[in-house]
Design a binder for this molecule. Structure first.
Ligand code: SAH
Ligand code: DHB
Ligand code: MG
Length: 232
């Protein structure tokens, strides 16, 4: 096998394949590279989606013909850039971030990307912002990307549904966690949050959903994807 004998599979092979795919199909421009760099320099954790995953989010947004996107978990605005670039000129992304430093780095990155006018970064606990959005009838969104604190995923699902219409696409990141989600007795509240989230998604009559595993530069993880098919 080529690529230096990575025939055993595993993380090195996944990363090599990601480099190959990203180089060809999802190359980062200077703006996305700068967003990553600024994030690292500010000491933020490397928890943003991979470039090919970011491009997938953008493709999903375009498939959904999204004009209004809600993102829960901004970090440095890396996935926000991919999503906001998929919007038409009058489209809007609302992104929720608890950490003031993360929000500040994200605002700078979105400004540099020329997307500041299209993106609203809301600082504070996502549950507060979501309650406020519901209270002021701030929905519906066409796509909701759930990617913040995993223990609260079940609550985020409830709010996402309240802020949806028939046809809204829900996407959640990190639903596999290197297979840790298989452990029903896990004491990791992130694992329990994802398990409950997936069970609620499966039992939820208003959606049809699936989940897929991903491997690549971000390790072994996965996305859940749900389409809202009925009113609440
Ligand atoms: N979507 C980003 C990555 C998000 S990482 C990307 O792919 O580029 C998860 C983010 O959620 C972190 O920035 C973290 O500070 C934020 N977060 C954690 N708990 C939160 C909460 N309760 N409300 C809002 N944001 C939260
Ligand atoms: C974590 C969170 C993420 O959103 C991610 O993509 C990777 C890791 C985390 O909290 O560990
Ligand atoms: Mg994530």
């Amino acid at each position: 096998m080529g690529e230096g004998g990575r025939s055993g599979g595993g993380p090195d092979l996944w990363s090599a394949v990601d480099r190959y795919l990203v180089e060809r199909l999802a190359p980062e421009d200077a703006t996305l590279e700068a967003a990553q760099r600024e994030s690292r320099e500010a000491g933020l954790p490397p928890h943003e989606v991979a470039p090919n995953q970011g491009k997938l989010l953008g493709l999903l947004a375009r498939l959904a013909r999204a004009h209004r996107i809600l993102e829960i978990g901004t970090l440095a605005g890396y996935s926000s850039i991919w999503l906001a670039r998929a919007l038409p000129p009058e489209g809007r992304l609302v992104t929720l971030e608890a950490e003031p430093l993360h929000a500040e780095v994200a605002r700078r990155n979105l400004e540099r990307a020329g997307l500041a006018g299209r993106v609203e970064v809301c600082v504070g606990p996502a549950l507060d912002a979501l309650a406020q959005l519901v209270a002021e009838d701030g929905g519906p969104f066409d796509l909701v990307f759930i990617d913040a604190d995993k223990p609260r995923n079940p609550e985020y699902l409830e709010y996402a549904l309240k802020l949806s219409r028939v046809g809204t696409l829900l996407v959640a990141d990190n639903v596999v966690r290197e297979g840790a989600i298989l452990d029903a007795g896990s004491r990791d509240d992130r694992v329990q949050g994802i398990r409950t989230f997936l069970e609620r998604l499966a039992a939820e009559p208003r959606v049809t959903a699936t989940a897929i595993q991903t491997v690549g530069s971000k390790g072994h993880d996965g996305f859940a994807i749900a389409l809202v098919t009925a009113e609440g």
